[in-house]
Design a protein around this ligand. Sequence first.
Ligand code: DLL
Length: 432
Amino acid sequence: MPTEDDRVSRMSRDELTELQNERLVRQVAYAYERSSFYQALLDAAGVTPADIQSLDDLPKLPFTKKSDIQDRFPYGLCAVEPKDIARIHSSSGSTGRPVNTCYTANDMAAWGQCMSREMRNAGATPEDVCQIAFRYTLFTGAFGHHLGAETLGAAVIPTSSGQTDRQILMMQSFGTTVLHCTPSYAVVIAEKMEEMGIDPKALPLRLGLHGAEPMTDGVRDEIQERLGYRIARDYGLTELGGCGVSCECEAQDGYHVNEDHFYPEVVDPNTGEPLPEGEIGELVFTTLTKEATPVLRYRTRDLSSLSRETCSCGCTLSRHGLILGRTDDMLIVGGVNFFPTQVECVLTAYQELAPHYVIRLSKRGSRDVVCVECELEPDAWAARSGDGLAALGERLRKDLRDNLAFGMDCAFLEPFSVERSEGKTKRVVDER
Ligand code: DLL
């Protein structure tokens, strides 16, 4: 029998727009009435809730940004009394000041619905055994995936991250079929299995749900091959309530946005002007159903593009492409801008290289220099020779120059010398 999620996932654009219009009008009026932050924000912009009658009016609303939440710690943009809050999550944020998000009981139910819909679209079913290897902390990853799996009716093993041997023992003993963790931790698990002489392809594992940090197609393919399963990447951010904003389906052709709860726009990061479908810019989201912390036109700083074409899986919800980088993660070296993911795209074409690297930025005199330190695969390390490494370095430097339009150095490191992460990996070291 078709579920409510199937119905939403297959709505015509007109039907969906009608639903979104209705929810947007309600969300804006609600936020204005219940949150002193939104009242002041809209008043300062000379906008009243009555000015927002449909999605076409969205550009009239001012943007919101991370510092709006951080500056108002602990309750941020909250629109309910503390007694009505059912859950609080937080991320430390790159500046160290916490970014909080709150949920009412209804928000929790909506979160569970978004996450279980994502899991279904990704190919999970109530028969699955889901191992949640995100860390259970204030971070939304573990609790969101856990709630999604429970809502779906699957079995949940809340291992958290770390203690990788035990993690693998649980997988073997309970026949885990879906592994939930960051891409970085999936690589750690794959390496540990190889070290323990366990063949992942002999286990019932069939799906990896990985998110919270960038993963290029190259690294995705490598993890799929090593762990013998298909991957669906998911996306979200604490400010919007965490994971559950969007996720890939079995077609692996873009992340389906849970558009009945989060309305997506792409804007020019410099001017804030909305961009047409297909153009790359900054993702901006407006929550449509949030009770505790509604978020209007939130500037995510994440760069991607949007498509409203129906997916080959039949889902009509908008899709965004890969997250290409964050505007605040963009590196500027000698006047050239680039993102760490562009470097990763080049590295993944080399079989000799493991998916572990560090981009080190330093000064040579007054000049900025970049060195990509890449770990060699154990076989390539064992077979290395001075001439071989010199030739590999030459090839890699040329590829990096051709793809990034400026020269950077590279160095090869022995296997397992780059620090492993059980959560999100830090790829850039800036010593300038
Ligand atoms: O990372 C929420 C999450 C948990 C998403 C588990 C998916 C799975 P934050 O810690 O607030 O929340 O970090 C949000 O992480 O703005 C992106 O820059 C980045 N990010 C999240 N998912 C992806 C992804 C969670 N699939 C920030 N690809 C976001 C690339 C991602 N970057």
